[in-house]
Design a protein around this ligand. Structure first.
Ligand SMILES: [Zn+2]
Length: 414
């Protein structure tokens, strides 16, 4: 048993307590007050690393609101800490990262953690905690912080630089932190992201690509009684368009389109002149991306007939490219497997339909493994739970991986 293993194991209880505290603070992606509060909490939480924190103000971003208007939004700050040796051409430069926003806003009834025990797949009782963000991704923040502390304490980091970054907007597609990723992705050799491990303990190998189309449909308002026939009902037009988009499902295997939201209309005695449709899509490769983009575009065009009083505008698109297993990724998968063997963890891999910042970093040329977070399930629901023992387990794996990379004799160039 390595020294760092027993040290991390001994701190199992603290990890669970810290996670409970952190999850009980709301940081929904759209709540800037909550994001600020949690960022302040994280500054204190990472203080034992004894390196200065860098607060990175992210640029504002534009999005289309439910009235079909382009609006500018501001999110929270990203935080950065640098440990290990100074980054240089001869050192191995690792990025450790995870987001601190969650999908649960302050209005959600799901705000507090509850601990309980439950049987695992083999019928053994295990300790769990249910709560907002316990695995997605506040559990990842706890694992990352303990891994960084253990690496600093037990490893010789004279040839490895570790940069830790946490971001406030992953759950809404990283519209602001994408600029940060574009700026810095080229400065690292490898990234470790602390998104949740799958419930059976598997890590994610490849991920689907994803994106959201926002389709703004405009018609013409009219009094529902006095001049109904002069109106052009945007809600009805949008509904037909939504059905056309939905009919693309099944046309190409592994491509899915989810018409997730339609907003439009107000008073029922008015023919509605506006509706906004949001469609989330998942694709497996570049061919799929092009296919889905052109199909949705074509449908939008087919429903755009201004001469009849209807206009259709399309916004958004595929923001996260698929994350395939390329040559470089399979190298890093091997490194993780070797590191796992050193700490008695056998590593299994599975594909996932969910995207992460790992997709974005990979498409910017930064190879990464993105499931160093704890084990659990049912994220994005009020049943989200974490297996508490996996906090220390995953911190141990992360340190073993850093150790393995640190000990490799050459810097890898692909
Ligand atoms: Zn998530």
């Amino acid at each position: 048993m390595q020294e760092f293993q027993s040290w991390l194991d001994q701190h199992q209880e603290s990890m669970a307590d810290e996670l409970e505290q952190l999850c009980n603070l709301n940081s929904g992606s759209h709540s800037n007050d909550g994001l600020t509060q949690v960022a302040d909490w994280l500054v204190d939480y990472f203080a034992p690393l004894k390196v200065p924190v860098q607060t990175i103000e992210l640029q504002s971003y534009e999005a289309v609101d439910d009235l079909g208007l382009r609006r500018t939004y501001k999110t929270g700050n990203a935080l950065r800490w640098d440990i290990g040796c100074l980054p240089s051409e001869s050192s191995k430069r690792l990025l450790l990262s995870i987001h601190y926003d969650t999908v649960y806003g302050p209005e959600s009834p799901f705000q507090k953690c509850v601990r309980y025990s439950s049987r695992d797949a083999n019928g053994h009782l295990e300790n769990r905690m249910r709560g907002p963000g316990v695995i997605d991704a506040k559990g990842g923040l706890v694992v990352m912080r303990w891994a960084a502390m253990a690496a600093q304490r037990f490893l010789d980091l004279s040839r490895t630089s570790l940069t830790i970054i946490t971001t406030p907007d992953e759950e809404i597609g990283s519209p602001a932190s994408i600029r940060l990723w574009q700026e810095i992705a080229g400065q690292f050799d490898f990234a470790m992201l602390f998104e949740p491990t799958l419930p059976d303990g598997s890590l994610v190998s490849n991920r689907k690509g994803t994106g959201t189309f926002v389709i703004v449909v405009r018609g013409k308002a009219a009094h529902a009684g006095r001049n109904f026939l002069d109106g052009r009902n945007a809600v009805v037009h949008a509904s037909k368009l939504a059905v056309a988009i939905d009919s693309l499902n099944g046309r190409r295997s592994d491509v899915t389109l989810n018409v997730g939201r339609i907003r439009g209309g107000d008073a029922v005695n008015v023919v509605p002149d506006m509706a906004v449709i949001r469609v989330n899509v998942r694709v497996t490769d570049k061919g799929d991306s092009q296919w889905v983009e052109s199909q949705v575009q074509q449908i939008a065009q087919e429903f755009n007939f201004p001469e009849n009083g209807y206009t259709v505008e399309m916004h958004g698109g595929l923001l996260s490219a698929p994350k395939p297993i390329d040559r470089e990724t399979s190298h890093w998968m091997q490194v993780v497997e070797q590191a796992g063997a050193m700490v008695d963890q056998s590593i299994r891999w599975k594909a996932s339909g969910g995207a992460s910042d790992g997709n974005k970093l990979a498409s910017l040329g930064l190879s990464n493994i993105d499931t160093f977070g704890p084990e659990g399930d049912l994220l994005h629901s009020d049943q989200e739970w974490v297996r508490l023992a996996s906090l220390a387990k995953k911190a141990i794996l992360a340190v073993a991986v850093i150790n393995q990379i640190n000990n490799e004799s050459t810097v890898l160039k692909f």
